[in-house]
Write a protein that binds this ligand. Structure first.
Ligand SMILES: Cc1cc2nc3c(=O)[nH]c(=O)nc-3n(C[C@H](O)[C@H](O)[C@H](O)COP(=O)(O)O)c2cc1C
Length: 372
């Protein structure tokens, strides 16, 4: 076990789910998806997820329809309302850095933190969908510059949240002796997640973020990312946790689960998938080293836009639980889940899979206690 992964093993795996604020469901397929993107459905879902044992919900940002049906609820408004409708669930809000000023986000975050009693967190997203920026006239920076701006955004956020008064002069933001009151109650500041797996994303995560979110992948792919970013963070004397996307299909038998996966693929929308494959060329694969999300995705992978099938949480409850433990041993601290029928499957996951994960974790701890 390489050292960089060992310090995290005594923690329980965390679970997050995608808030259903974007229309079209989680897969680009004509298969029936008993999931709605309206608010009432999402309130029920958030309460069910909280009861099932999910720690986090992730509210995504999108302004322009593309590979999925056209229609999206705004991430931060939705998140705040879900926080008000729940008691323990933490909600992570996606913030596209080019669309916001960090002081506005810091202020919204501080207030949301007070209202929710420390359950508001954020996911810094740097942008891959050029068309969305073009339509709204937001300047589109080249790939690594988008990360330079996001890095500055995070520095400003942390400065505002933790320093009594902030003065900051950078390439993108200038703050002159600004004082935020109240500060967030969650210390040292709300959790900073980030999405993306390019070299620039990995560098930003190692030095600045609390959580590194990446697309789905094989155990080997995910392990190599986790090792790299956690080793990088250790070099800065920091802890960095890793969350991986997974489209979970847990059914009573493996055969049933595989059948659902096959039906999703058989009913996929090839034109929409091809359009998405074209759009994501602006992500990590546009950089000199070609590393990043979607860089090696096939058309079948992209039927779940965040490569969720690759993580292979498809099978019986026992198989899925064992696989989650394998991910944990390989550096994954959180599984970000998408489902076909969110409400019913979140409930099934909580009853049938999560207790097995906790049993397996307890068993692993008995066999090989992690030394403090
Ligand atoms: C878990 C996760 C959530 C993301 N959420 C969003 C989002 O809500 N909106 C968005 O435009 N991009 C989102 N992204 C995309 C990333 O921010 C990033 O632009 C993309 O992964 C390409 O990054 P890379 O070039 O560093 O690999 C998300 C990515 C991940 C892994």
């Amino acid at each position: 076990m390489p050292d960089a992964l060992a310090p995290y093993l005594d923690e329980p795996v965390r679970f997050a789910y995608w808030v259903s604020n974007l229309s079209g469901g989680q897969v680009v397929s004509q298969i029936e998806q008993r999931t709605s993107w309206d608010f009432d459905y999402n309130v029920k879902l958030a309460r069910a997820a909280e009861k099932a044992g999910f720690d986090f919900a992730l509210s995504a940002t999108r302004f322009v329809g593309g590979y999925r049906a056209d229609g999206q609820h705004e991430a931060s408004t939705f998140a705040m309302s879900l926080l008000n409708a729940t008691e323990r669930l933490n909600v992570i809000v996606a913030i596209m850095t080019g669309f916001w000023h960090p002081a506005v986000v810091a202020k919204i975050g501080a207030t949301a933190d007070h209202i929710s009693k420390g359950r508001w967190h954020l996911n810094i997203v740097s942008g891959w969908f050029k068309h969305e920026f073009d339509v709204l006239g937001v300047p589109w920076l080249d790939h690594d510059e988008r990360y330079r701006r996001s890095t500055e955004f995070i520095k400003v956020l942390k400065g505002i949240w933790t320093e009594d008064e902030l003065t900051f002069h950078g390439d993108y933001y200038n703050i002159d002796r600004w004082h935020l009151n109240p500060k967030p109650t969650f210390k040292p500041h709300p959790l900073i997640f980030q999405g993306g797996s390019s070299t620039a994303a990995r560098r930003m995560a190692a030095e600045h973020s609390d959580w590194y979110f990446t697309n789905g992948g094989s155990v080997e792919e995910l392990r190599s990312q986790a090792l790299q970013v956690k080793t990088g963070a250790a070099g800065f004397g920091r802890r960095l946790r890793v969350g991986a996307n997974a489209f979970i299909i847990a059914r009573d038998t493996e055969a049933e689960a595989r059948e659902v996966h096959a039906e999703i693929l058989a009913k996929a929308d090839p034109a929409a998938v091809a359009g998405f494959a074209e759009a994501v060329k602006q992500a990590g694969q546009a950089t000199r080293d070609g590393v990043g999300n979607w860089a090696k995705s096939t058309a079948a992978d992209l039927v779940q836009p965040n490569d969720g099938f690759k993580t292979n949480l498809i099978g019986s409850p026992e198989q899925v639980a064992l696989r989650i433990l394998e991910l944990k041993r390989n550096g994954i601290d959180l599984v970000l889940a998408g489902f076909l029928h969110f409400h019913e499957e979140v409930d099934y996951f909580g009853r049938r899979v999560l207790p097995l994960v906790r049993e397996l974790e307890a068993e692993a701890a008995r066999r090989a206690p992690v030394l403090a």
